[in-house]
Design a protein around this ligand. Structure first.
Ligand SMILES: CNc1nc2cc3c(=O)[nH]c(N)nc3c(CC[C@H]3O[C@@H](OC)[C@H](OC)[C@@H]3OC)c2[nH]1
Ligand SMILES: [Zn+2]
Length: 370
């Protein structure tokens, strides 16, 4: 068995829980936020930075790495861990999102998806089998099934056909997945915003028996209330002994709401992406560092934050770097944003273990909404 989930503590008055996820490259303390490293790098961070902020697992992406540098090169390098010098756990997404969001001129058939590269327009074909080969070559500890992330909005009929095909593709992924000792294949529940399709997808995906389950098809432009409704309906259908992964979700309020609804794993490009346009995350909302109001502000991004950036640099200095397009500015804000989200997850986990998650949630969510 490539992974083992150990449930440590459930919250008495919400669905929040704390656990340990044992993988071939180490144990992950859940609930956890997973920094996104799409092209085998968490942008502007090197592995030393990531270990310093205690990132426990990072992501890479099959669609992107297949196009550049090609999964064969990563395989020849000894796999992603060697290639990027990261010795902790890695998860790769199947590209089931990028093929539909980045790829052009897509053609979906039962067999798979034909798409054109967003880089040079060259034509490519992904099938459940070919994606399993790519993810096997990349060598991540957790690999995602090839699915269709249903766009928002979608008609019931479109969503129904798509869910049924995604389930058939999930079976084919399971069939094609060879390296079960070292790589855990997670299934992905789809169903759009339709509770009955979510039930159907959950039952069918659970029937195939994956070691971990993702809730897909969310954070695709739907209102947050819709996302929370779908989570409230879907997460309880997943057995408690399986890790639950909500794909693409990562603002502080969504992490609090997701943990309260029983999610263990999250990923999002938000903290790293907004850092590169000079926006920092804090417990009371975002600080747009490039604003003139910070030109002579010699306080840290966030008072009380214990990260290397907040202990050594001021908003004035960071604003100066961002205004001058200095790479250090992007690095330092990225470092703080990731530290902030990882600390939020650590604090939530401690609150769950101490039995007072609801109290923590209420005080944290009110601060963010300020
Ligand atoms: C932003 N909202 C969002 N909703 C999503 C829903 C799905 C989904 O249903 N199926 C699949 N397969 N992927 C999804 C993804 C992509 C996340 C990946 O995309 C990359 O970040 C953009 C990153 O790759 C390292 C990440 O890896 C897990 C979603 N992203
Ligand atoms: Zn900080």
């Amino acid at each position: 068995m490539a992974i083992k989930y150990e449930l440590l503590k459930e919250c008495p008055d919400t669905n929040a829980r704390a656990g340990l996820l044992h993988t071939p490259h180490g144990t992950i303390e859940t609930p956890i936020f997973m920094p996104v490293g799409t092209l085998a790098t968490v942008k502007t961070m090197d592995p030393r930075d990531l270990e310093e902020i205690n990132a426990q697992i990072i992501l890479s992406n099959t669609y992107h790495l297949y196009l550049r540098p090609g999964h064969e090169i990563v395989k020849q390098a000894g796999g992603l861990h060697r290639f990027m010098n990261w010795n902790r756990p890695i998860l790769t997404d199947s590209g089931g999102f990028q093929v539909f969001s980045l790829g052009d001129l897509r053609k979906i058939t039962e067999e798979g998806v034909t798409f054109r590269s967003h880089i040079d327009g060259s034509k490519h074909f992904f099938s459940p089998e070919s994606v399993m080969d790519i993810e096997n070559a990349l060598g991540a500890d957790i690999i995602m099934a090839f699915d269709e992330c249903i766009p928002y909005p979608a008609t019931f009929d479109y969503a129904k056909d798509s869910v049924e095909r995604t389930t058939r593709w999930a079976r084919r992924c399971k069939e094609a997945h060879k390296n079960i000792e070292n790589q855990a294949l997670f299934g992905i529940i789809q169903g759009g915003m339709y509770n009955d399709l979510r039930t159907r997808s959950a039952e069918d995906i659970l029937d195939i028996d994956f070691p971990g389950i993702a809730v897909g098809g969310l954070s695709v432009g739907e209102p947050k209330e819709e996302m929370y409704r779908v989570l409230e309906h879907t997460v309880p259908l997943i057995p408690k002994n399986k890790p639950r992964y909500l794909m693409g979700v990562g603002s502080a309020d969504a992490l609090l709401e997701g943990v309260g609804r029983g999610i263990d794993m999250f990923d999002c490009v938000l903290p790293t992406r907004i850092a590169r346009n000079g926006t920092a995350m804090t417990a009371t909302g975002r600080v747009v560092i490039r604003n003139a109001s910070y030109a002579k502000d010699f306080s840290p991004i966030e008072d009380g934050c214990q990260c290397y950036v907040c202990r050594n640099y001021t908003r004035a200095y960071l604003r100066h770097l961002i205004k001058c397009n200095e790479i250090l500015g992007f690095k330092l804000i990225t470092y703080h944003n990731l530290y902030y989200l990882l600390s939020l997850m650590k604090d939530m986990r401690s609150a769950i273990l101490e039995g007072n998650f609801l109290h923590f949630y209420k005080s944290a969510i009110d601060k963010i909404k300020l």
